[in-house]
Structure formats: C-alpha cells, structure tokens
Design a protein around this ligand. Structure first.
Ligand code: PLP
Length: 378
C-alpha cells in the first residue's frame, strides 16, 4: 500500500499552521463550498423522520430510482435501479467491485498519471495494475492503441476517469468510443470513474454507458454536491455482477448511511441551482489560475476543462516534484500536490486545486510568483 503523498503535504501544512504560519491550501481535492442548504435540511429532516436504521443493502429504492432518472436525463442511457449499488462514498464501491471482479494475478489497465488510490484498490485484492502512460501534448488522454498493446489474457478491466484527477482533462467522444470497442472485441470491462461529472466548464463529459454496457460506473456526491464528509456514492454494474457484489456489501458494509441516502435524493432533484452557482465560481477560478500559472512559466499545453485541478508542468524548476512541493510549502507557505503522487509519469508536474476561494488562490499565486523570483535571484 503506497501512502497518499498529498496527505503528507497536508499534515506538514497543519503542523506549520499550529506554529502560527498562514498556509494557502491548493493541495486538497475537496470542495471548499459548504454543502447546499437544501441537502443539509433534507439530512436533518431525515433524522427526525426516523431514517436511522439499516436500508436495503443495494440502497433505498427511491434513491436508486433517482440515480437511474439522472443517468437517463443526462446521458439518455437506461439504467435499471437494480443495477445500482449505493455505498458510503465512491471509495467503498471500488473496494467492493474489485473484490468481485478480480482473481489473483488479474490485470487492470490504469492511466499514468492517475488518481493515487486506484492501484491500491487493485493490489489489495491481489490484482495487478498495468500502467499506460498518457501525455501532456494529448491533454493526458489515453491513446487507445497504447491500451490495446497492453491487453493480455489476464486483462479484466480498463480504468477511465473523465474529467480526470489529477489532470482536469476530458476524454474525447472518439477516444471513448475506441476504448469501448476494445471491451467489445476482447475480455476486459471498462471501469469508468465518473465522480467529476457535472464539473465541466468547456466541452461535454460522456458516460461510458453511452458507448458500451460492458462497463462498471462509479459516481458519487462528494465533489459535485460538496458532500465529501457525508459519504455517499454508488456504482452501476452489469446485472450478472449484482448478486456477488451485493453479498460483499451485505457482509462488509450492510448498507450506506440511511439519512444521507435521503439527502442524496434531494441533491439529485433539488440542488440544480446550487450546483450551477458553484460551477460558475469554479470556472472563474479555473481561468484565473491557468492564466497566472502560465504567466509564471508553468507548462499547460491543453487547458483543463473539468474537475477542479490544473496539472502544470514544472520540469523547468525541478525533476523531483516531491522536493519541489515541500520547498514551496516551506518557503512560500503554499500547499500543492506533487505529480509523483499520481504515478511515475506524473513526475515533474504539480497539481493545483482551485477548490479554494478566489482570494486564497490569488494570494497563493502571488506567493508562488515571489518564490520563483527569489529562486531566480539566488
Ligand atoms: C477520481 C476520484 N475518484 C474517487 C474519489 C473518492 O471519492 P469519495 O469521496 O466518493 O469516496 C476521489 C476523491 O478525491 C477522486 O478524486
């Protein structure tokens, strides 16, 4: 199990804060917005209404129906509520799904860079992540032919994540179609992490279900609805996997939190206006951050248009992103995530999160600019 390095940065930042140092946090991947009021009210009301008991192990039917309606309204895809498994965040859904899918030695193709936790979910159930490098000049999109070359008899899954953490980039419809075709002609399933869906500022995100039914989808409420601490997520799985998945869920987790499931229904049905407001603010921050980082000489070849991250090339400053991130923290008092946290191919990059107030982003950028000037002078 590899550590989540960004948490090391965060912990050092907290230590500095305890010493009275003011740190700007651009390292964390969680919305700075409070959970929309209508969702919080629904959660409180659910408690009063007695939603304090176990629910169906797959999740409340009303929530699964709302998720199914959401997928139909957004992507035009039909999802049977019985294909949906609700969990306490997307992360437990990944654990359950990989436990059901993989036997010892089975392989899953993962992009490099990738969300830091993916390989650990795979290795924990004795699977093997097989990395396919993705490149800045392609906007960190997979080259489908590179995936094809890595497919063996043992390949059980191809992991996609669009918009992506850490790059903030989207996979084009053409490349998604080509990747879906790989699942049709060979053994692997497509495993699509759609947790940043809805947070897209230019272009359009697509669900893998628009291209193939041979897929597992992960999604959740943490990012779009600013509900990280409430823990609610779900998976959409092929029907023949539901019973094995359900057995794992029943044994290890029983069910997701009842009152948060009720709040999830409200999120899907009533939080549209709140989301739009958050999205507009994220977009302003995104544009500002890209412009400031480019102005300082960071490489951003294809501008990120989704999630809330900018993955900037800092190779001109250092080939060691871990050292660089800690140096920026110590000297400029700005927390950033080192690219190496997201895979070998992420080395030399820094991930900046704009899930922070505009005021803090501006201050963080000013501090970074001074840090670079100081480095140039010395
Ligand atoms: C790509 C990606 N997938 C999954 C997760 C986990 O989300 P959850 O809070 O639903 O467990 C994160 C959290 O940062 C993420 O960035």
């Amino acid at each position: 199990m590899t550590p989540f390095i960004v948490m090391d940065v965060l912990e050092r930042a907290h230590e500095m804060e305890r010493q009275g140092i003011h740190v700007i946090h651009l390292e964390v991947g969680e919305p700075d917005f409070d959970t929309p009021r209508c969702i919080k009210e629904a959660a409180c009301k659910a408690l009063d209404n007695g939603h304090t008991h176990y629910t169906h192990s797959l999740g409340m039917l009303e929530l699964r129906e709302a998720i199914s309606e959401h997928y139909y309204a957004t992507y035009g895809t039909t999802v049977d509520p019985d294909q949906i498994v609700v969990s306490s965040g997307t992360s437990p859904a990944m654990f359950v799904m990989f436990s059901a899918l993989l036997e010892k030695g089975d392989q899953v193709i993962v992009s490099d860079p990738h969300y830091a936790c993916y390989p650990n979910f795979i290795r924990f159930v004795q699977g093997e992540p097989v990395f396919v490098p993705v490149f800045e000049e392609d906007g960190f999109q997979y080259r489908p032919e590179a995936i094809e070359k890595k497919i063996t008899r043992k390949t059980k899954g191809i992991f996609i994540n669009s918009p992506s953490n850490p790059t903030g980039n989207l996979l084009s419809k053409e490349r998604m179609t080509a990747i879906a075709d790989l699942a049709a002609s060979a053994s692997p399933y497509i495993i699509s992490d759609e947790i940043y869906h809805g947070l897209v500022y230019e272009g359009k995100e697509h669900s893998i279900l628009e291209f193939t039914r041979k897929a597992f989808v992960f999604n959740g409420f943490s990012k779009l609805y600013a509900m990280t601490g409430l823990r609610l997520g779900y998976m959409i799985a092929p029907k023949d996997f539901i019973r094995p998945i359900q057995k794992i869920q029943q044994n290890f987790f029983i069910s997701a939190n009842a009152m948060v499931q009720v709040a999830g229904i409200t999120a899907l049905k009533k939080a549209g206006k709140d989301i739009l407001e958050m999205k507009q603010i994220y977009n302003q921050r995104r544009q500002y951050m890209i412009q400031r980082l480019k102005g300082m000489g960071f490489g951003i070849t294809v501008e990120p248009t989704g999630a809330f991250y900018v993955f900037a090339n800092a190779k001109h400053l250092s080939g060691d992103s871990y050292k660089l991130a800690f140096d920026i923290l110590e000297k400029a008092h700005v927390g950033v995530a080192p690219g190496i946290d997201f895979g070998q191919n992420g080395e030399g990059y820094l991930r900046f999160s704009y899930a922070a107030s505009m005021e803090n982003i501006a201050e963080g950028m000013d501090r970074l600019e001074n840090y670079l000037k100081m480095n140039q002078d010395s």
